[in-house]
Design a protein around this ligand. Sequence first.
Ligand code: TMP
Length: 212
Amino acid sequence: KGQKSDSRGALIVLEGLDRSGKTSQSAKLASFLAEKGFSVESWRFPDRKTCVGEMISLYLLNKSQLDDQTIHLLFSANRWEKRSLMETKLRSGVTLVVDRYSYSGVAFSAAKGLDIQWCKAPEMGLLAPDLVLYLDIPPEKAAERGDYGVERYEQLDFQRKVAHHYKILCDETWKIVDGCLPMEAVEKQLREFTLECVSKCQRGEPLSQLWL
Ligand code: TMP
């Protein structure tokens, strides 16, 4: 504290229920920042390209069975295996727009009945986002969107429980955006919150860790 840290990139996370529009909005937000001349990368969790990510992907496609604790820890490991690269990128000035993070990890596992504190424990020490953009959409609305129900968790009752747990996790880094607004209106709000956050990080806001 009190020490002036260097300029860095921002860690920006998008969260929301399945089909809330996160993926298209993350892509739009990343291209917007790139057009503005910022150095930016688009990331997502799970990262299905790693070995751990392949195990997660098989589970999500219902091609493998794992107990709730095991898949929870795999999702967490999938973030830990990216932690040092994430830190290097941020410190070198790259802003990361990340589609899902630890909040998905906790909200989805807690929705199955696992204890929240148990779910948070393996996430402790990961980098804390500078901004969490939560796309708020009623579970019923999400269920009406295209391709719903293809993957394991895309079921209305379950998504209702996930929404409940997201609300418990909400803290001062979160901005809740109404995901039912027209796409352009959502886009505009996300841009405003993001620009504010990116300049804060450029001015040297220190990096912090999650849930310690
Ligand atoms: P995706 O559709 O954004 O690729 O995410 C795949 C599913 O995995 C989605 O239903 C949310 C769920 N999930 C978890 O259960 N735990 C996690 O840690 C993450 C990142 C996603």
